[in-house]
Design a protein around this ligand. Sequence first.
Ligand code: DX5
Ligand code: ZN
Length: 209
Amino acid sequence: MKIAPSILAIQMNRFSQQMDELNQSSAEWIHIDIMDGHFVPNLSYGPHVVKGLRSSSHKFFDVHLMVSDPIFYANAFIKAGADAITFHVEALKKEEIVPFIHQLHQQGVKVGISIKPATPVSAIEEYLSLVDIVLVMSVEPGFGGQSFMPMALDKIEQLARRSENFEIEVDGGIDQETGYLCKEKGATVLVAGSYIFKGKIEERVQSLR
Ligand code: DX5
Ligand code: ZN
């Protein structure tokens, strides 16, 4: 099980302290939520922030693009140091998806595809053999601190039945209890924001694992 703390929940008045704690923790990934105020009704940060974090972190940067134009923004985040770019299937036209996945791979990053709660697994069926990560949203994207939606468990189970070799990542409302349910269904990466940053980071990472 990989643990991917979402820095959306980092305490801004203790930013560098929590960032140091996170970098020294056993979390494998750092989940970075990018919001454009259009695909979701909230704003977060741009490539400049990611570049700054990159200079003091060796963790795998898992960049989750909640933006309406991922094709336009991906390059800037790759340049800034993303290790994986995850985009939403809902943001693109069907004919754009496969070329975009290939383009990202050519740029040397892992590729993730994400589905919102209302989007079924069947909507990404044809891309499952092409991607490295499938990100199942277990809350409506846009804000941290929401409650886990159990319907995500069915999607995880459907994905886990596939023979392709992608990570099954789940994002939203993850704590010790919901994380365990996801693991049982076959999730391989747990994203957690509030749960991790409300406590001692390494303790919370361990308890999720
Ligand atoms: C929601 C984001 C999540 C969020 C998770 O739009 O994609 O990564 O930060 O936060 P928690 O763990 O607090 O639900
Ligand atoms: Zn996210």
